[in-house]
Each structure stands twice: as structure tokens, then as C-alpha cells.
Design a protein around this ligand. Structure first.
Ligand SMILES: [Zn+2]
Length: 184
């Protein structure tokens, strides 16, 4: 099967953020594109994202992705309180995932999710309740809207990828400099 759209990328450093990033050009309504649709593509995406879950159960992924995207946008924009509808959606997903999960008699305790969407819901709970929540950043590229974990010591990562939005920004700066310095 050939895809007539770009492959999903895994630049975020966390599967939950990679899930949100399965929509390209998130914040540009004209270019917004879902890069993963249907059970087979989700299964392939999950393998690429390194998600440890039984296959199947991808049905809830788009709704979970959209809810997480709205919540992370609100966090990035400093909007409080967080928007209620996506928060309820995330809440339902986490509670449902725990109800369906198994908890094997092993240490350390670790929930075994029943499927893909459940695995991502539990992973989102872990991300948002841990120290990495402070490191979630959003690409500053116009229209991009991709999220990542900022692992830089100074916490100053600005781009989803230096070769992508970072490159476009460098090209814009270069063009602006040349336009300024050339004789009129
Ligand atoms: Zn970007």
C-alpha cells in the first residue's frame, strides 16, 4: 500500500506527544493533516512509537489524541482552568484504561493495558503526573504545533526538528538579512 501523505514522525521523545503529533500542521487549519488513520496504520504507528501493548484497541486513539492536543495547547498558552471537554475525555480514557488493565503479581507494579488507546491513556497519566510534564514544549514554527520533551539543559529547545521548522526559520532570517543589506 502506498501512502499519498507523509509518514508519521517520532521526534517528540515521548509516545504521548508523538500521538498528538500524528496531526501535521496542527495549528494551521488550511494545512492540517492526519497522518495516521485506520487500524492497520495505527498498529504500524504503535510499533514505530515503541508502545508495549497488545494489538488492537486503536478506536479510541483519535479522540484521545485530540483531547490531549487541546489540553497541551492550553498548557502551552497558559490557559487556566484547562478546557473542560477534553479534560473529561482524558479522564474517561484513563479511568477506563485502568478498569480494563491487568495488574500482574510482579514488582515493580505495572499496569498491563488492554489495547493501544488504553496504553496511551495510561502513558499520558504517567507523563502528566511526573517531572517530565514541566519539559513539554511546543514548536514555534508557524502552523506547526508539534510537541516535544525539551531535554536541553537550559530548557531552550524551540523547534520540533532543527532540520524542519528550525531550517525554515533560519531560511527566513537569512532572507530577511539579505533583503535588508541589499541596496535599494
Ligand atoms: Zn515544527
Amino acid at each position: 500500500m502506498t501512502l499519498d501523505r507523509p509518514e508519521p514522525q517520532f521526534i517528540a521523545g515521548h509516545p504521548v506527544l508523538d500521538l498528538v503529533n500524528t496531526v501535521a500542521w496542527r495549528t494551521d487549519d488550511a494545512r492540517r493533516t492526519e497522518r495516521v488513520t485506520g487500524a492497520r496504520e495505527w498498529a504500524r504507528w504503535a510499533a514505530g512509537a515503541g508502545i508495549d501493548a497488545p494489538p488492537g484497541g486503536a478506536d479510541g486513539l483519535p479522540a484521545l489524541r485530540n483531547a490531549l492536543g487541546e489540553i497541551l495547547d492550553a498548557l502551552a498558552d497558559g490557559v487556566r482552568p484547562l478546557p473542560s471537554a477534553p479534560w473529561q475525555e482524558l479522564n474517561r480514557a484513563i479511568v477506563g484504561a485502568r478498569q480494563r488493565a491487568r495488574l500482574p503479581a510482579e514488582l515493580p507494579l505495572r499496569w498491563r493495558p488492554a489495547g493501544l488507546a488504553d496504553a496511551l491513556a495510561l502513558s499520558a497519566e504517567e507523563l502528566l503526573s511526573g517531572p517530565d510534564a514541566e519539559r513539554i514544549g511546543r514548536c514555534q514554527g508557524p502552523g506547526c504545533g508539534w510537541f516535544y520533551l525539551d531535554r536541553t539543559r537550559a530548557g531552550n529547545r524551540r523547534w520540533c526538528s532543527s532540520g524542519d521548522c528550525g531550517n525554515r526559520a533560519r531560511a527566513r532570517r537569512h532572507y530577511a538579512r539579505n533583503a535588508q543589506s541589499s541596496p535599494r
